[in-house]
Design a protein around this ligand. Structure first.
Ligand code: FAD
Length: 300
């Protein structure tokens, strides 16, 4: 039976959810995502990573359709050096069968390697963390274009950096969108942000490439100050943010200083998928619904 929270989130009309989602989703076609990516690059020198919305897929056929759509996305960005691709194991069949998922990820990694386009395996909830890191560590030596994600809210993450030793990994460091209880994760936003900086430093020390993914201005400033103080070359890191989160001034400041900035651009082929995605996100992390609302109000 649905909980009261599920009932409430599902009762929000699709049109309203779509209204909330629209700043954060490039649209309902690959063409719209490409238009957005090209416009950002042309107008602001901002690069992008494209993501097809979908997760927790349990139907084998739908997973294969997602892989095909990703392969089409790759063909479209083959000549676009300003684009990379991001994918979720849950969308690539983890919940059908983990080995099926691994095969799909490898197929995509191999195609991206051949095209010379970056591919990041996003990090989902804690049931997939070990699988994601294991697959990453196994595939990375074969497909150097591969990247993955570490979440600073998890207590395990500083130790997980040790697993990447010697891989010259490409790692996005973020707080993590999934709400995870103790004893697995800190509940303190302050600690999550401090951890993000600690993980970043440890990754730099290990010789990895770091994508600093946060919208929190003080955290961006601190990370930026530390890379400059340590003399870390600009080709060892980038800043990443989500499409739709209003951070124009910060992005401009970074780009004008010659820093690489990349926006994460989700798109779907049906608004229904985008609406379902946002509903799940609201259920997982009601805080996110608050953030979305706050940003919309600020924009208005
Ligand atoms: P916060 O303190 O949460 O946010 C700072 C401010 O930014 C807020 O006050 C708000 O104004 C704004 N803001 C932040 N997030 C949003 C939002 N979603 N909508 C509207 N406004 C917002 N998480 C994962 O678990 N796995 C991933 O693979 C993953 N990939 C990501 C890729 C990128 C490029 C980015 C930027 C984030 C990614 N995340 C991922 C989400 C991330 O973990 C955080 O949940 C999210 O970025 C919010 O944390 P914050 O560091 O921005 O700090």
């Amino acid at each position: 039976m649905a909980s009261a929270k599920e009932w409430l989130v599902n009762a929000i009309p699709g049109s309203l959810v779509r209204f909330f989602a629209s700043p954060y989703v490039a649209g309902d076609s690959l063409e719209k995502a490409l238009e957005k990516a090209d416009a950002l690059y042309r107008a602001r020198n901002v690069e992008t990573t494209l993501d097809v919305l979908g997760e927790m897929e349990t139907d084998r056929e739908r997973v294969r359709s997602a892989v095909d759509l990703y392969l089409r996305t790759l063909e479209a960005v083959r000549e676009r050096d300003h684009c990379t691709i991001s994918v979720k194991p849950g969308h690539f069949g983890y919940y059908v069968d983990p080995s099926f998922c691994k095969d799909n990820l490898e197929e995509m990694a191999s195609a991206c390697q051949e095209a010379g386009r970056g591919l990041t395996i996003d990090m989902e909830n804690t049931d997939v963390t070990d699988f994601t890191l294991d697959v990453y560590c196994e595939l990375k030596p074969k497909y150097p274009i591969l990247g993955t994600v570490l979440q600073s809210r998890l207590h395990r993450t500083l130790d997980d950096v040790d697993r990447l030793g010697g891989l010259a990994a490409h790692v996005r460091v973020c707080i993590g969108i999934y709400k995870v209880p103790e004893p697995m994760a800190t509940q303190s936003k302050r600690v999550m942000k401090e951890n993000l900086l600690k993980i970043t430093e440890k990754l730099f020390d290990g010789g990895h490439y770091v994508c600093i993914a946060t919208h929190d201005i003080p955290t961006i400033e601190k990370a930026w100050e530390r890379v400059r103080e340590s003399g870390i070359p600009k080709d060892r890191y980038e800043f990443q943010m989500l499409l739709g989160v209003p951070r124009e001034a910060m992005i401009r400041k970074l780009v004008e200083a010659g820093e690489r900035v990349r926006l994460y651009i989700p798109y779907s082929v049906h608004w229904d998928d985008a609406i379902a995605y946002l509903r799940r996100r609201m259920l997982e992390n009601p805080f996110m619904a608050g953030l979305v609302l706050k940003n919309l109000v600020r924009r208005a």
